[in-house]
Design a protein around this ligand. Structure first.
Ligand code: ADP
Length: 194
């Protein structure tokens, strides 16, 4: 198995690049943002609880997200590996993920951090808000999401750096160039299928 975390602030392109990576390497995409939005749209109890936080640009409580991820990993015993997108977003989530994977006799192999200057992030997210239909893509909520990122998510980079797993990739070039830069790192572990 090969397990990758795609790390970076809101708007850094994690979703787009995850799609490219899972196609090329035949991995499974786990996006906690997408999973949570799916719960919200289905009006499940988890979705109703999560929406309160998401609409304010705040992180959903760790136990909610960890429980949801655990189920997804268990659902795919034959996966070649996972690309985690938007998860882990706190140090307790990172520790929980290590435990879940250890239980499966595997681990996170690589963490790729997409580096994009903050003014570009805001521009991208506000632009996306015009078409995404996402209720959290307003300027006020975007600012809050970036604050939460600095406060709670940035320390996760340090956690993986201490384990020697973190690599930084410039994320403000074209989608194709950024993808190429990401693949250079992934190819050290796994070769593309497509
Ligand atoms: P972005 O990376 O653009 O902020 P996401 O789709 O990853 O967008 O996340 C949207 C919202 O979903 C977050 O602002 C947060 O409320 C919630 N969320 C997603 N992933 C997590 C997570 N791992 N932990 C806590 N909250 C999360």
């Amino acid at each position: 198995m090969f397990n990758l975390v795609l790390f970076g602030p809101p708007g850094s392109g994690k979703g787009t690049q995850s799609e490219n990576i899972v196609k090329s390497y035949k991995l499974l995409h786990i996006s906690t943002g997408d999973l949570l939005r799916d719960e919200v749209s289905r009006h499940t109890p988890l979705g109703t609880e999560a929406k309160k936080y998401m609409d304010q640009g705040m992180l959903v409580p760790d136990e909610v997200v960890i429980g949801m991820i655990s189920g997804k990993i268990d659902d795919a015993p034959d996966a070649r590996g996972f690309v985690f997108d938007g998860f882990p977003r706190t140090r307790p989530q990172a520790e929980a993920l290590d435990k879940l994977l250890e239980f499966k006799n595997t681990q996170i192999h690589l963490v790729l951090s997409l580096e994009v200057p903050e003014p570009d992030l805001i521009k991208r997210l506000v632009g996306r808000g015009a078409t995404s239909g996402r209720s959290d893509d307003t300027e006020e909520v975007i600012t809050k999401r970036i604050k939460e990122y600095h406060l709670k998510t940035q320390p996760v980079a340090h956690y993986y750096n201490e384990q020697g797993k973190l690599e930084q990739v410039t994320g403000d070039h074209t989608i194709a160039d950024t993808f190429k830069a990401l693949t250079k790192h992934i190819n050290k572990y796994l070769l593309p299928v497509a």
